[in-house]
Design a protein around this ligand. Structure first.
Ligand code: NAG
Ligand code: NAG
Ligand code: NAG
Ligand code: NAG
Length: 393
């Protein structure tokens, strides 16, 4: 029997098939509707679309995913591909992040969950396995507490933004694995106490912002081990005193802001004053509230601010011995009532300059005038400028 010849495709048809086969691997992965996609690096940008959930068909090769300014409410496991390096979800309406949502994102370097005001709480293992994560943004999420192990294993983390939440308390060793952390922003929370081991493990920390909390107490060892800290902001808190030992544990400190606290101008000021005498930092003015009593006022009025100019020096120039000043046992150097308040506020104190106006300012309160510090209600507040060392960068 003659062989059956299968009909060959006609020439134009076979060329067409070949073209289709060639084209398939080159076809661009589909871009979700209303999003914009870029190929290098693979990026999907879906911001400001009022999305109520994450788009379903995300190209698996996506490395950067921008979903900010939507109305996304929940995040679930299986949503995100493991190639992600950058994931922005800030300014959504997240209230629930199910456990395991980020578990397979082992390449992730930046995760921004900030400004999600219904988030309120996080599961303990939310960030488990993110060993490459460098920046974690959790600001303005109305978080009132954090699970004690939430940051476990984030060994690459350098920037942790927790400001403007409602945090009341930080557990000891909350940051224990964050040996690479450089920036820790905790301002604008409701913290009252800094306990002994709260910052343990933060040997690379460069700046610690704690202003705008309700701090009343700082454990004398709270800053131990922060050997590279250069910036510490404690302004706008409720501190009447601060243990000098706590600051003495900060050998690299350059910029300190302590203003807007109800500092007491009595014996409680002595440890801080003693530290200031030795320290080489640029500090905001420290205004303290003396006990309201005839003797204290007389003391303050008769004192002369023995104003003295100190040679400007670079803040790193800590080698020279500090100038000797009067010990804090007498009421020397109190500025007269009504002296200008020099309170500094906000973030960005790196370039502040000033001059020393009042070398010997802490004052042992007369025995009969000890009482609660009065910062409010004094018509012209008595000022107690502890120290302001100049520097020129
Ligand atoms: C999102 O919703 C707001 C308020 O309803 C509306 O003004 C805005 O145009 C919407 N944006 C988009 C991209 O649909
Ligand atoms: C945001 O989420 C909250 C609760 O999670 C809900 O009550 C609110 O309506 C949501 N807002 C918008 C604009 O979807
Ligand atoms: C810590 O940071 C340094 C330099 O910034 C980097 O070389 C090192 O790999 C980091 N360590 C980890 C565990 O990421
Ligand atoms: C002080 O901090 C509180 C938050 O604790 C904030 O509401 C207030 O505006 C801050 N005050 C100043 C003068 O910065």
């Amino acid at each position: 029997a003659p062989p059956v010849l299968l009909p060959l495709p006609t020439a134009p048809a076979s060329a067409c098939l070949l073209l289709m086969l060639l084209a398939l691997p080159l076809a661009a992965p589909s871009c979700p509707m209303l999003c914009t996609c870029y190929s290098s690096p693979p990026t999907v940008s879906c911001q400001a679309n009022n999305f109520s959930s994450v788009p379903l068909s995300l190209p698996p090769s996506t490395q950067r995913l921008f979903l900010q300014n939507n109305l996304i409410r929940t995040l679930r496991p299986g949503t995100f591909g493991s190639n992600l390096l950058t994931l922005w979800l800030f300014s959504n309406n997240l209230s629930t992040i199910y456990p395991g949502t980020f578990r397979h994102l082992q390449a992730l370097e930046e995760l921004d969950l900030g400004d999600n005001r219904h988030l309120r709480s996080l599961e303990p293992d939310t960030f488990q396995g993110l060993e490459r994560l460098q920046s974690l943004h959790l600001y303005r999420c109305q978080l009132s507490s954090l699970p004690g192990n939430i940051f476990r294993g984030l060994v690459s983390l350098q920037y942790l933004y927790l400001q403007e939440n409602s945090l009341l308390h930080l557990q000891d060793d909350l940051f224990a694995d964050l040996a690479n952390l450089s920036h820790l922003f905790l301002h604008g929370n409701r913290l009252r106490l800094l306990t002994e081991h709260v910052f343990r493990g933060l040997g690379s920390l460069d700046r610690l912002l704690l202003h705008g909390n309700r701090l009343q107490g700082v454990h004398r060892a709270a800053f131990r081990g922060l050997s590279r800290l250069t910036i510490l902001y404690l302004f706008n808190n409720s501190l009447a005193s601060l243990p000098g030992e706590a600051l003495a544990d900060l050998p690299s400190l350059e910029f300190l802001r302590l203003n807007a606290n109800p500092w007491a101008c009595d014996c409680r000021a002595r440890p801080l004053w003693a530290w200031f005498q030795r320290a080489r930092v640029s500090s905001s003015d420290v205004t303290c509230a003396p006990p309201r009593s005839a003797r204290a006022e007389t003391c303050a009025r008769s004192a002369r601010p023995t104003s003295r100019r100190v040679r400007p020096r670079h803040p790193r120039g800590r080698a020279a011995a500090p100038a000797a000043t009067a010990p804090p046992t007498t009421c020397t150097g109190w500025p007269r009532p009504g002296a200008p308040r020099r309170l500094l506020g906000g973030y960005g104190g790196e370039d502040q300059r000033g001059e020393q106006t009042c070398p010997g300012a802490a004052c042992q309160a007369p025995p009969d005038s000890r009482g609660p510090a009065l910062s409010a209600g004094l018509p012209s507040p008595l000022l107690c400028l502890l120290l302001l060392v100049p520097h020129h960068l």
